[in-house]
Design a protein around this ligand. Sequence first.
Ligand code: CTP
Length: 448
Amino acid sequence: MKVITYGTFDLFHEGHYNILKRARQLGDYLIVGVTSEHYDKSRGKLNVTQSLVERIENVKNSGLADEIIVEEYDGQKIEDIQKYGVDKFVIGSDWTGKFDYLKEYCEVVYLERTKGVSSTQLRNREYGILNIGCVGSGRIAVRMIRESKYVSGVNFDAVFGRNDEHIREFADENDMEYYTTDYDDFLDKVDAVYIATPHSTHYEFAKKAIMAKKHVLCEKPITLTENQTRELFDLARENDVVIYEAIKTAFAHAFKRLISYAKSGVIGNIRDVDATFTKMVTDKSLREYDLSVGGGSVNELITYPLIAIFKLLGIDYNSIDFYPYFDQETGVDVYTKAFIQYDDAIACANVGIGVKKEGELVIAGTKGYIYVPSPWWKTTYFEIRFENTNKNEKYFFRFDEDGLRYELVDFYLSIINGTQNTNVKDCESIAISRVIEDFSNMYHQKDI
Ligand code: CTP
């Protein structure tokens, strides 16, 4: 009698041991499926602490599994049951009903879950909860708080802002305990800050937070000048804290895969990257139209095309030329085309808050090209295309809602594991600030 069961088995605990033991007793051969890292991420299970190898080792050390396999995709259970000639599928009672569809293939048994223990609980006990305070209470802050509910181990319980009434309302609506207009007080209450205020204020808030030894997740662009961004990274290193530029795209699985494919030579040598990001903003009373707080298309949006360009072609470009179109009334650039020249490649970034364009990314190489349709910054699908269309390949991925959860998980894991941010490197953030500063020096230095 063959029995099969599945799980993540992160930080192996008593509940895991119990279910494996009872599953083993239901037959005479136990197969255990351990989820792959990619599968966990793709089904929205974030924050798994141990690697696949470590989790397999956990199951092996229990001495209860006769065979261990890796679970990599939805629908694999049906195939496994048939392939291994399984008689019984066993899973904990937290899944009751969810696997009834397998009854067509074998017996399905839900076993009572062991009370009072879970990997999530152990993770929280071991690493504690990271209390993140929200600096600012605007549109993006609301989205981040909503997304944070999907990331275990982090908690948003405090908000800082300048307008007392506004932050009180914000705290109420988002179930936060603490709100204040006093930044020092606020910093005392938190382990880390999420900075979501207008661009021109990032530097001061981030610097103060770092000096108070708080980790910083900062909305893009981190600052509007190269030196300020560089200084923040240096200060963070000196104070032993982490600072992250919150470019959500860079943390999304599909985007990372896209970059790896492109860099692997599948389309030959990359000669051209063309990336567009436009987001229409029609209300001119919003900060996007206010030069004094860093408004305009370049400040607001160029981070996205640049992260793709810099990941693909590097930060050592030879020259950059801007072709902006300005709003007469406010002076902000409502559409800008930037050409970036490298030794053997050219890139183009198109950004607009007052002009709409197809938001696609095209990476052209000497053997073929990669096409990522709009919205490429929330990539769920891309295609590798060749002259011979029979060789074209399509790739599909998951990207949940706003996708801010991925950067939050990475930020959290980097703090608890002491790892580097490899998704947005310090030098890439610094190079992005340099481009923004160059643009500002050329067109409206006096205004910022
Ligand atoms: N399990 C159990 N009793 C527990 C915890 C888990 O019986 N207290 C079972 C689950 O029902 C599942 C298997 O162990 O059949 C693997 O579950 P997994 O998701 O790896 O463990 P959790 O502790 O639930 O993990 P997390 O908190 O990350 O969801």
